[in-house]
Design a protein around this ligand. Structure first.
Ligand code: MN
Length: 523
């Protein structure tokens, strides 16, 4: 089934809005560095228009405005090309119409269909209900994305538009979407080097989760702006002179922390606004024709600060020589500024800056002429895959940001093979054994938990590594029911006991003795 492709716009106000949105998308595409494949995009737009015909968003807008804006974000804010734009235009077609992925494949090709399917899979199966967002599912999400990272990037653009238009939802739904954004999408954006997405996700989430605090922090930031400017200007004045003398083309900006990062610090450290906001930060961005001397120029600027101010020796970070796993590069230092204030300084070339802010979009911008866009994309995707396959030293931080504590009703334990098992909080070794496999459950003697041998009734904690110790001669006895809490384990034990009672001669049904385990029959 292919939708009717004859397409004309009736001249009413709504159609004019749709047409305007489409024009903005095409403008953004034509401004980008991509090969011009406008026909392809137009075809996908017609398909999406037919599929969403008559559909409305919750705020009353024609539904097609949503995929159009998602596609615009994909090209203008993520730097993606025509394949992703088509997929973005079609990303809700499977869910909201009778068209199938075969239909999409016929109209727009197999790659677009594959990405659309991937996006639908993330929306429906893995992250559909915010309450069910769990660390292991997040891991699955990461694994699913490594097949084609464009799936996740289109999903990011989708989430960004949904967050920017979250007003239309009921408050309860707003909070769930905001939570999911905070705990899944913001860390993912960080991981992908999309710092602008990360900050916007966090601030938008905070606006809905903590509206009062959000408004409060924003107004305090505005109030203290002038004083801030005065202090940073005084601080950078001698550095400006040196930069000018050395012929640098540059800009220096006082860096303002995002509302969420201020809020987060206040909460975490239990300190008032003034104390968090008292940390001053400036950024020096210099233009640089030649990549070769980037590093040298960073250190040259470092000396402009060091010649004027005391540099904190413990807070020097050279991300230029050793970039972060997500590709971030910059030289960070902290100097003692006017009135004894420590001031954080980031020194970046223009290219380093844009890569930090825009991630992939900047990669496109700086692509060299001898690589095709597709080759460039492949290289980038392989880099992401590598990071995910071999997480670097900051992988632990990354997992931390998923905030396991949010899901305090559940714990996550690792099997020897590294699989993550989700259990209700309070679960024991025996519960884990049954959760992994019935056979492990019915023969469970003990658990080796983080290398310590512990009885089946031992309560597990999130992050435990557990190996189930079994013996063929071991079988459930009635008192096993006191050593587990999960319905699965209890049900399987009861089933076993019932079968045993049925099979045994009358009088023996109270169960065999279990003398060989010190754990099951404590003295
Ligand atoms: Mn959508």
């Amino acid at each position: 089934m292919t939708p009717e492709l004859s397409f004309s716009l009736p001249a009413d106000a709504e159609s004019a809005r749709i047409h305007e949105a489409y024009r903005r998308l095409i403008d953004a595409y034509l401004r980008s560095n991509h090969r011009r494949k406008v026909e392809r995009i137009e075809k996908a737009f017609r398909f999406a228009s037919a599929a969403h015909a008559g559909g409305r968003r919750r705020n009353g807008d024609p539904y097609i405005l949503h995929p159009l804006e998602v596609a615009r974000i994909a090209v203008a804010e993520l730097g993606l090309g025509s394949t992703s734009i088509c997929a973005a235009l079609l990303h809700d077609v499977l869910e909201n119409s009778d068209y199938t992925s075969e239909d999409i494949e016929d109209a727009c090709g197999p790659k677009v269909a594959e990405i659309v399917e991937g996006v639908a899979r993330i929306s429906g199966g893995i992250l559909g209900r915010a309450a069910e967002v769990q660390a292991d599912k997040f891991r699955k999400l990461l694994l699913s994305m490594s097949s084609d990272v464009r799936v996740v990037l289109v999903k990011m653009a989708d989430r960004m538009h949904n967050m920017r238009t979250l007003d239309a939802l009921a408050p309860e739904k707003q909070r769930r979407v905001a939570d999911e954004t905070l705990y899944v999408y913001a860390p993912l954006a960080h991981r992908l080097g999309l710092s602008r997405f990360k900050y916007e996700f966090e601030d938008l989430a905070m606006r809905y989760n903590h509206p009062q605090e959000y408004a409060d922090i924003c107004s305090r930031v505005v109030d203290s702006e002038a004083e801030r400017r005065r202090i940073t200007e005084e601080f950078v004045a001698p550095v400006r002179r040196r930069l000018d003398e050395a012929g640098f083309s540059y800009e220096i900006a006082a860096r303002v922390k995002s509302a969420y990062s201020i809020f987060n610090k206040m909460e975490k450290k239990g300190v008032p606004f003034e104390e968090v906001y008292d940390i001053y930060a400036v950024r020096v961005i210099f233009d640089n024709a030649d990549d070769e001397d980037e590093k040298l120029r960073c250190w040259q600027i470092y000396t402009f600060f060091a010649d004027n101010y005391q540099i904190h020796p413990g807070r020097l970070r050279d991300w230029v020589s050793a970039p972060k796993a997500n590709g971030y590069r910059a030289l960070h230092l902290t100097a003692m500024g006017p009135a004894g204030k420590w001031i954080e300084v980031q020194i970046r070339s223009r290219k380093m800056h844009e890569i930090a802010e825009l991630g992939f979009a900047a990669h496109w911008k700086y692509k060299t002429d001898d690589t095709t866009p597709e080759a460039e994309l492949d290289t980038w995707m392989n880099t992401i895959k590598e990071i995910l396959a071999n997480p670097g030293p900051d992988a632990i931080d990354f997992l931390d940001t998923i905030k396991l504590s949010l899901y305090s009703k559940e714990i996550y334990v690792f099997t020897p093979a590294g699989d993550l098992v989700t259990l209700p909080s309070g679960s024991t070794v025996l519960d884990a054994a049954f959760a992994i496999h019935s056979d492990l459950g019915v023969h469970c003697v003990a658990g080796q938990v983080n290398r310590r041998l512990l009885p089946p009734g031992h309560r597990l904690e999130s992050g435990d590594q557990i190996r189930i110790i079994t013996a063929d001669s071991r079988h459930p006895a009635p008192d096993w029911l006191d050593r587990c809490i999960t319905p699965t384990a209890r049900h399987k034990i009861k089933t076993f006991l019932r079968k045993q009672a049925d099979n045994a001669a009358p009088g023996q049904a109270s169960g065999p003795g279990q003398p060989d385990s010190p754990f099951l029959n404590p003295a």
